[in-house]
Design a protein. Structure first.
Lengths: 306, 306
């Protein structure tokens, strides 16, 4: 019997790597998780995991959704590199090149949020919907935006976690903790900002705490700005902070109040519960998104028109 | 001698209409300007202007950049309509249909800012640059964003003038004058906000007035958000407020300070004077953009692949 065709996926996070071999959701053949240490050790483990699948010819393409700052400009000399980062050992690491040189398969690489957006568009909450936006609110805040099926890329990749939004110091005297911008969206609303402000992790703050209204206000301000500039047909909110499900109705209500009828789409006026949603793939948007990227790469390799 | 091939353009503003027949910049054969009154009268004048060019076969396509709210969803039953507007007589006006029914030519219609963005991309400051952003700061604030050569369109057209941005009531006690959002970007920084705050039109406020630093801060906050979400390769700032040229260096400096090195592109770190620029077509971005839209429409009509 011919061996099933499989794809490799790498969810390359700053804390841990998740490597998998699969043909789709619910069809994960093997998966491994290990902490992110030095580039040499981490990428050696990654290569070891995939080696037999590559040798047997079952895996010919691997997708990687990678923590950043990542150079994803195909025309750049450092395409596929992690560039200047405060994370020890990882500055100027050629992630794509190191994997490709040893495994000798085609590697599709993109940011972690773009990979998650691709996964959701292939199998999750934004299937068949374009343009779509995936935003993660966790240790950091970032977004991946797909238009015409592809991640938007311009001067560089998007950095929408660092938006400037209103911050009332009367309601919330916390000065923000983004090392670059102080009280930008990430500096006010990401996990570390919650912990620094309240002295405890967001996961342990009770639902009744009035802080959550402030958090919802920041998220809603940013979503309003995304809606006005990117006009997505669906917004998916993932990441650790959004595991607190009671935030969804709070955020939806605030978005509608802030827009105040200005965007007259029924998606917002009537069906906002179906417009701002949790990931359809749960916490697997990133790892399955990496598999989806590998599938797309193989498809474009096989398309004679491309 | 065969007659030269010409294109029709309509800059359909809320205050005045500019209709022209041209084959490109510097090649405007005839132009007419008249005030925007009722739809019947205004569109009758528009039709009269074009009639002979259409009858002679010289003009076969007309582009229209139109004030809004405008329905530009080709799949909508009200495509090409001005929808609900406080402007007397214009609510639910089928601009595209009325022109097409009488003139019997193909009409390309889009928002005024998208038309200006298209004009600048064809002949102006963003020629050959993609993605690009055109922002007008005048009576209102709006933006047109082109990606892969086309205006971004999602749930609806973009409304990026209404961004939520930081507003320090200590520095600027003015509460904002947007009827929908109070102190959104437009409510704080458009022409009427300046006039209401200072009791005089922006055009007469001296360059030395400290207010201009506040104005530049609002514009820079919005541009920072556009850069982080849309990553344009060029930003063009038009409209009446930006006629005050001294605002450009102020805005550029603030954008660079606010980003604080986070976007490491040389376009911002070194060449920001070439990144945030006035329109290459002066005050003709909109009217020439409408001509460009007509040319693009004829090209796609003639393309057997489309």
């Amino acid at each position: 019997m011919a061996k099933e065709k499989l794809y490799g996926g790498i969810e390359a996070g700053g804390t841990k790597f998740v490597c998998s071999v699969a043909s789709g959701p619910g069809q994960v053949v093997e998966e491994i998780r290990f902490p992110t240490t030095t580039p040499e050790e981490t990428l050696r483990k990654t290569i070891q995991f995939f080696q037999s699948y590559v040798d047997s010819g079952q895996v010919r393409t691997i997708g990687a959704g990678c923590f950043g700052p990542l150079d994803i400009d195909p025309n750049s000399a450092t395409y596929g590199f992690i560039t200047a980062t405060p994370k020890p050992h990882w500055s100027n690491t050629n992630v794509r090149g190191m994997l490709q040189d040893v495994l000798r398969v085609d590697i599709a690489i993109d940011t972690d949020v773009n990979a998650a957006a691709i996964g959701e568009a292939m199998w999750g909450a934004s299937r068949g919907i374009d343009p779509s936006l995936y935003v993660t609110i966790g240790t950091g805040i970032g977004g991946g935006y797909l238009v015409n099926g592809r991640p938007l890329f311009g001067l560089q990749n998007l950095e929408m976690g660092h938006l400037r939004i209103p911050h009332s110091r009367e309601l919330d005297p916390f000065e923000g903790c983004c090392p670059f911008h102080g009280d930008c969206f990430e500096g006010l609303a990401a996990g570390p900002a919650i912990e620094k402000r309240l002295g405890t992790k967001g996961a342990t703050v009770p639902e009744s705490d009035p802080f959550w209204d402030i958090e919802a206000e920041y998220i809603a301000s940013a979503l309003m700005n995304y809606i006005l500039t990117l006009s997505p047909r669906k917004i998916i909110l993932g990441g650790g902070v959004m595991q607190r499900e009671f935030l969804f109705p709070k955020v939806r209500n605030r978005v509608r109040k802030l827009l105040n009828g200005y965007v007259s789409s029924s998606a917002i006026l009537q069906d906002i519960g179906d417009y701002i949603v949790p990931p359809g793939l749960g916490n697997q948007s990133g790892s399955l998104g990496a598999i989806a990227m590998a599938m797309q790469l193989e498809e474009s390799n096989n398309d004679p028109r491309l």
